[in-house]
Design a binder for this molecule. Structure first.
Ligand SMILES: [Zn+2]
Length: 335
């Protein structure tokens, strides 16, 4: 999303995020207008980008060797991401991760010998920066992989994510102290990256072997096609439910959510409006037999609630809250 494929190498598309395209345009314009110093800056920026790209290819081509598919390498102003389609084992993840910084280890002396001293230092900087033991940095992945080789992946991720958060807080504190605002941005990314990595690992682990049916809400209220917003508002208060399927006999016509209901209540007709005029007519639909992990991916596009269908029949509702409860129970049982 928001990125442009500029070329492919060994079948791996390399994409530039649009913010990076702007940065490029700005540097090029500067180089054109302001002479030598700006030109040097633009060339150095190109060198940094090249180094980061080769680093990502270090990850991507190693992953390839293990038969793990790479969706794309995307370059952002603050770094690159090689997006893996398949999950590596902990040992594979260790090697895939190590081979990125290893590229910088090779590049630094080469740049030095070629007389590109600035770029040599930058590669050393990239190496150190990437080895910070915090997600989404390589150091965090290495830590997780090593821990996971001696225990459960969920526990390993939990510990690595905790270390990542501590590092992020220290980084932010230092950023404020030294007035290095760039560090604050990185700290923010690391903090979020740690949380995201933790929740995606837990979701994968706890949903393995289950389908949407296992985690869905089975007891819920529906609204008949002819109901009004006043009827819906009454249900909203009387139950703990916030999203109501709108049905005509056995057939599901749509889904009325809390926000849409409240917004429509403020309208001219208020409570007299029919729910069918306000409901979402294209709610996200999840087959009951879909593996839970895939159902979660669909639920993320749905917002607060998705319909779980057994063929043409409405079987249940899936909400992020219910899935969180399902995972909490699974976590408690596996202790
Ligand atoms: Zn890396």
């Amino acid at each position: 999303m928001g990125s442009l494929t500029i070329f492919r190498f060994r079948g791996i598309p390399v994409r530039l995020h649009f913010t990076l395209l702007f940065l490029f345009g700005w540097l090029a314009l500067n180089a054109f207008n302001e002479g030598r110093a700006a030109q040097r800056e633009a060339i150095l920026f190109g060198g940094v980008l090249g180094s980061v790209l080769l680093h990502e290819f270090g990850h991507a081509l190693t992953a390839r060797r293990y038969g793990i598919r790479i969706a794309a390498i995307t370059m952002y102003p603050i770094g690159g991401v090689a997006q893996m389609v398949d999950r590596p084992t902990p040992l594979q993840e260790l090697w895939i991760t190590v081979m990125g910084p290893a590229v910088n280890v090779v590049l630094a002396p080469i740049c030095w010998l070629l007389g590109w001293r600035d770029l040599a230092f930058i590669n050393v900087g990239l190496l150190i920066f990437n080895l910070i033991p915090a997600f989404p940095m390589d150091g965090g992945r290495i830590l997780r992989a090593v821990l996971a080789m001696n225990g459960s992946e969920v526990r390993a991720t939990r510990i690595a994510a905790m270390v990542g958060r501590v590092v992020a807080v220290l980084m932010a504190a230092y950023g404020v102290y030294a007035q290095e605002w760039f560090l604050l941005l990185v700290a923010y990314m690391v903090f979020n990256g740690a949380a995201a990595e933790r929740s995606s690992t837990e979701a994968r682990h706890y949903s393995a072997g289950f389908t949407a049916r296992d985690a869905m809400i089975r007891e819920f209220r529906t609204l008949a096609h002819g109901s009004t917003l006043a009827d819906a508002a009454r249900l909203l208060i009387e139950t703990t439910q916030t999203d109501f399927p709108v049905v005509l006999g056995d057939q599901v016509l749509g889904l009325l959510g809390r926000d849409a209901l409240i917004a429509a209540m403020a309208g001219e007709e208020g409570g007299h409006t029919y729910v069918s005029a306000v409901m979402n007519r294209t709610p996200v639909v999840i087959p009951a037999t879909l593996p839970l992990e895939d159902a979660l991916a669909l639920l993320q596009t749905a917002g607060p609630c998705a319909l779980v269908m057994d063929g043409e029949q409405l079987a249940g509702l899936l909400t992020p809250e219910n899935v969180a409860e399902f995972f909490a129970l699974r976590s408690a049982q596996s202790r």
